[in-house]
Write a protein that binds this ligand. Structure first.
Ligand code: ATP
Ligand code: MG
Length: 394
């Protein structure tokens, strides 16, 4: 008997005006994610059907669970619109599961089918009861709920329902530019932004020779892990060495981080302009370090008018770590390579910086020329979840 993965659009169906755009984006994303399998995809207004080979199911399931916009899905057996075949299919499914109690729920959109929904429930339920031993019907709280959907083309029978990744399909929102460091927080921030449909590009600030190539490779690897949710991701690597050295040569030590982050935001805004990024995304979390107090955020953020999305702003570190573990970025993030922030951390960074002091300090060197130069020398790497395509970079 043929089986299909039956995806219900769920939350997407509430997006009235955008419905087709959402559905088409989702089906393209599913198609791209599953292109390595022998499958075929069909869709209508409420469902998507994926025909697949049984032997590949476990692997397909792992991939489907990385496609945002899918809330629930199930594995349905396709049966011809014939009551005897429906009876046999359901009986076989119930026997395989062997529950104490079951319930049949039928939906019949095919009004030409000779029995109505209640009759189908009774006929099929009766058939199961007569051919099993000790299994009972429980309409309120059954161990096994068997759903029968009788449509024009065929009937779909299923029981198990799986939770999908939720959210909206990646690409239903324009580009967000993620500040991706080698830490734990920013990959989680990127994941959460993608979950809302944001198409991600990443920016990494490096300060070679103060930071190593290993540190960059770690960020490439994190980008690769994130790209599994999107297909491929552009990673813009900014050479930040001159700016960072100038800051540490010219500015008050306790303001170095504040000023460094103001420079990063300025560069982010420029990159957004050239790559159509509509928002900056980062892994800042309120109060986590001196540069993430509300006063610091205010002084740092004031160099740009762009919206800055901070998906983990209100999460505790342990909550962020939980997500990092779940999305498999944690082990990479804790590899011990120095990031440009950690190399230059002053002993006592200012916790409540003043705007006028930050401006006075940063005006001690010609940062505009240095920013222009950094922008001109950006190195963009297209990172894809297919390891072999970029493994030579590592
Ligand atoms: P950790 O998980 O250890 O906190 P982090 O990457 O979050 O690491 P922070 O110093 O907290 O480091 O930086 C706050 C945010 O600023 C990061 O989440 C990231 O979005 C951005 N950021 C910091 N350093 C860099 C960098 N070198 N390149 C790109 N973005 C950076
Ligand atoms: Mg952090």
């Amino acid at each position: 008997m043929d089986k299909v993965i039956l995806i219900k659009y769920g939350e997407l169906s509430t997006k009235k005006g955008n419905r087709n755009f959402f559905i088409n984006t989702l089906s393209n994303n599913v198609y791209n994610k599953l292109s390595k399998y022998d499958i075929s995809i069909r869709k209508d207004r409420a469902h998507m059907y994926i025909e697949f080979k049984d032997s590949e199911f476990d692997s397909i399931k792992k991939d489907i669970d990385m496609v945002f916009g899918i809330h629930k899905y199930n594995i349905a057996t396709i049966v011809p619109n014939d009551i005897d075949m429906i009876k046999d299919t359901v009986l076989k499914m119930v026997k395989e599961e062997n529950p104490h109690t079951f319930k049949i729920e039928t939906k019949r959109s095919n009004k030409n089918f000779p029995n109505d929904s209640l009759e189908v429930n009774n006929i099929v339920g009766g058939h199961v009861l007569r051919n099993t031993d000790g299994i009972k019907v429980d309409v309120h709280n059954p161990d096994m709920l068997v759903k029968i959907e009788i449509r024009d083309e065929s009937t779909y029978v299923y029981s198990k329902e799986y939770n999908g990744a939720g959210g909206y399909p990646v690409g239903t929102q324009p580009t967000g530019m993620l500040m991706l460091s080698g830490g734990i927080d920013s990959p989680v921030a990127g994941y959460l932004a993608m979950k809302r449909g944001v198409k991600l590009e990443c920016v990494y600030f490096e300060a070679i020779p103060h930071t190593s190539l290993d540190a960059r490779n770690k960020v490439v690897e994190l980008t690769r892990k994130l790209s599994a949710y999107q297909g491929s991701i552009n990673l813009h690597v900014v050479n930040f060495t001159k700016i960072q050295e100038a800051i540490y040569r010219s500015c008050r030590n306790d303001y170095c981080i504040t000023i460094m982050r103001r420079m990063m935001y300025r560069i982010m805004e420029r990159i957004c302009k050239t790559h159509k990024g509509l928002v900056i995304v980062n892994g800042e979390s309120i109060g986590q370090v001196a540069s993430q107090t509300l006063t610091s955020m205010n002084v740092i953020n004031s160099v740009t008018n762009m919206p800055v999305i901070r998906p983990v702003a209100c999460l505790d570190k342990l909550e962020i770590i939980d997500i990092a573990r779940r999305i498999d970025t944690y082990e990479t993030s804790i590899l011990p390579y120095e990031d440009c922030c950690t190399v230059f951390v002053p002993k006592h960074p200012v916790i409540n910086p003043r705007m006028d002091t930050a401006i006075d300090e940063e005006n001690k060197f010609d940062y505009n020329t240095m920013i222009d130069e950094a922008i001109d020398n950006i190195n963009t790497i297209k990172v894809s979840s297919k390891t072999d395509e970029f493994s030579d970079l590592l």
